[in-house]
Design a protein around this ligand. Sequence first.
Ligand code: ACO
Length: 319
Amino acid sequence: MHSSIVGTGAYLPAQLVTNAELARRIDTSDEWVRSRTGIRQRYIAAPDEQTSDLALAASREALTIAGIAPADLDLIVVATTTPDMIFPSTACILQAKLGASGGAAFDVQAVCSGFVYALAMADLMIKSGAIRNALVVGAEIYSRILDWNDRGTCVLFGDGAGAVVLAPSDTPGILSSHLHADGRYRDILAVPGTVANGKIQGTPFLHMDGGAVFKFAVKVLAEVAQEALSANDLPSSAIDWLIPHQANIRIMEATMKKLALPIERMVSTVAEHANTSAASIPLALDIAVRDGRIRAGHYVLLAGVGGGFTWGSVLLRWH
Ligand code: ACO
């Protein structure tokens, strides 16, 4: 038994905010943000939009392409760091908004690696025969956990959602997955606050040691890509498309260089979307599938890294 992606979908909120617009509010410039990160703009959710709404729009697209009805989903996994509420899970809220019930639904919290973690779990559940159809979503509203006066972090992130439908197949779509974490690095990227006794305890805003994150991300993205290649006995030249987590163009380019892969084989959306955390990989996947870059037979390597620290890969062969 194998699993394969049979539909992809994406959603970006309507409000587009350019670097120049941010530079009118805080002490930054388009030139600074572009040259350090590759980011030109980001999308920001409307006040009445919740993460489950972004997830819903992306999921509907993916289900339509897959030709699978919400009622036929055995599993919904939402990778998110910015859930609608503490509980119930955003996956349960999404399930109700899709008009489905009865299948399993839960969230995965692995920050920017969340989509890769969620996809790996859904694949393993299908391969085990436990379930048939799964909806795997990465959805985030980072704009609500950013300190908009902190120019060191607020310029880096955006909101959005990407979704895939995974179904059983005779031939392998997903070839392998590898997941890792090292909690000793939990402090270099965190929203260290929580809610207790009716009050926010600690800070509800994202904090980051940018330099440490940069070094860690370059190291583990290349390592996890290499691990996937070794496990499948493939040279790096076999990879048609690398879709790394879209944090920063310099991290992504350094990863390609370490793998000796030409930059043309990387899917990059960081300029248009900024870093959308768990949504970044499925958003990039959807775009490259829709514009025809990813075609049948292509080897596509997804490589995530995020707070925790967490990192992981999924290698797939497009159907
Ligand atoms: N505009 C203008 N100046 C700024 C801004 C800004 N938005 N932000 C910081 N600066 C200033 C700093 O205050 C500092 O000024 P100083 O020298 O007077 O003190 C100067 O620019 C240099 O700051 P650095 O932090 O050294 O800049 P650096 O070149 O390291 O770039 C950056 C910072 C872009 C955050 C980089 O460290 C980075 O990309 N790190 C990776 C972080 C990342 O991608 N995080 C995403 C989340 S992680 C993930 O998704 C896995």
